[in-house]
Ligand binder design. Structure first.
Ligand SMILES: [Zn+2]
Length: 260
């Protein structure tokens, strides 16, 4: 039985310049690609991971899941394999890390340490409605995971008191996921994606779950698309090791329980 490891970055400890300072891990937000590579290597090393053993996604706010057993490599012609457009990746390969990028959306990390199956998912409002998290759990079960054993962690995300939406949009979301119906701190319609994700997890039989107390929009230590528009991306990492005794190491500049 191997240990499950979960980690979420904040924005500090990297080399990116303004407005991506400092630890931007997103490759599609206009930052210098060399800085992103350096940041990804730095973050991986601080977690005890080899940078080339981290699987990233091309996230598109859908509900498609890819099962992976290694990093995206070269294709048959020797060219670089295209990273598929999915919002969840699942693996039964211990030691392979799965990563999800966010700046307000909810990063969801899942692991069944007994079965040795892990998943990372990206759930914004569209992904919540589409059901990307239940789809990820389903894909894990197909690989031998048991929902009752799955450990779930959601990372820093915009909170329900900050995520204001038009009234009609709130009702459309609440029709599918009632738990996501929320109100802002100033009394207008809102969506609580994190609450919605946890309701979906519970419905799928995943009871061992916990959430970060950090609201990205309120925390200056985190990237927030809603607040800053042009900004970096945070990452969540999940992986399973053979050794269940190891603790999850911290990241450079990581702070606990800040914001919100
Ligand atoms: Zn908030």
């Amino acid at each position: 039985m191997g240990g499950a490891h979960f980690a979420f970055t904040d924005r500090w400890g990297g080399v990116s310049a303004v407005p991506y300072e400092e630890l931007n891990l997103g490759g599609a937000v206009g930052d210098d690609p060399a800085a992103v590579l350096a940041n990804r290597a730095r973050a991986a090393r601080s977690l005890g991971l080899a940078p080339d053993r981290v699987v990233w996604m091309n996230q598109v706010h859908g509900r498609d899941v890819a099962v992976v057993d290694g990093p995206w490599g070269a294709d048959a012609d020797g060219g670089e394999q295209q990273v598929p457009a999915v919002d969840a990746v699942v693996t039964a390969r211990r030691g392979l890390a799965l990563a999800v990028l966010t700046a307000d959306c909810t990063p969801v990390l899942l692991a069944d340490p007994v079965a040795g199956v892990a998943a990372a998912a990206h759930a914004g409002r569209p992904g919540l409605v589409a059901g990307v998290v239940p789809a990820a759990v389903e894909a894990m079960v197909a690989l031998g995971a048991d929902p009752g054993r799955i450990l779930a962690r959601t990372g820093p995300a915009v909170c329900g008191r900050c995520y204001e939406v038009p009234a009609q949009m709130r009702e459309a979301v609440a029709e599918v996921v009632p738990a996501a119906r929320a109100e802002t701190g100033w009394g207008t319609p809102a969506v609580d994606v994190v609450a919605g994700v946890h309701a979906q997890l519970a419905e799928a039989g995943v009871v061992n779950s916990s959430r970060s107390p950090v609201c990205t929009l309120e925390s200056r230590d985190h990237f927030s698309y809603r607040r800053d528009r042009v900004t970096g991306r945070l990452a969540g990492y999940v992986w399973l090791t053979e050794d269940s005794r190891g603790a999850t190491p911290g990241l450079p500049g990581e702070k606990k329980n800040d914001g919100s």
